[in-house]
Design a protein around this ligand. Structure first.
Ligand code: URA
Length: 183
């Protein structure tokens, strides 16, 4: 039987793809192991790689504000990424890297068994909802994936780059809050 301890121990030594060679720290994930809401980002950036925790850089501050809109804080959710090691220069994770890392994320989802999953950005949405997911058209909608409700919204880094998307992200967060309250 799988357990968080087993998963963390096995994942800590991961050498399944070349991203392991450049990492300072593997970023496993953090939060409540009882959370009914899981957030899935893309991959560690510079600060996350240095500190070993997800969303501790500039995007993390905005993520905290986003969580506040849902009336939640980090201690009440679980946060993970599609890849656990930083891609060089924060480039998009490549297909082989996503595939190599996928079983870790699958096991996190299976252990947590969240009622709701929120994909932060297109990469997580393409991984968890559909490979041809279009974030600009399909954000804010719930999809049924493996018996769970999954929604994608804009990645906080994208909102930092393009603040004109913030009103749409705000509506997505209000929708997440509405459904979260019914759980
Ligand atoms: N961006 C992500 O997608 N994940 C992190 O952990 C940090 C920044």
């Amino acid at each position: 039987m799988d357990s968080w301890d087993k998963l963390k121990t096995e994942c800590a030594d991961c050498r399944l793809c070349p991203l392991c060679t450049g990492r300072h720290n593997l970023v496993f994930g953090v939060g409540s192991e009882q959370a009914s809401l899981m957030l899935v980002g893309e991959g560690p950036g510079e600060q996350e790689d240095l500190q070993g925790f997800p969303f501790v850089g500039p995007a993390g501050k905005l993520l905290d504000d986003m969580l506040e809109i849902i009336d939640l804080d980090r201690s009440q959710v679980y946060i993970a990424n599609t890849v656990k090691c930083r891609p060089p220069h924060n480039r998009d994770p490549q297909r082989e890297e996503l595939e190599a890392c996928r079983p870790w994320l699958e096991r996190q989802i299976a252990l947590l068994s969240p009622k709701l999953i929120v994909c932060l950005g297109r990469i997580a949405a393409m991984e968890l909802i559909r490979p041809d997911f279009r974030i600009t058209r399909e954000h804010g909608q719930w999809f049924e994936v493996g018996g769970r409700r999954v929604l994608a919204t804009f990645h906080p880094s994208a909102l930092l780059r393009d603040p004109s998307r913030r009103p749409e992200a705000f509506m997505d967060l209000r929708e997440i809050r509405r459904v979260y309250r019914t759980l």
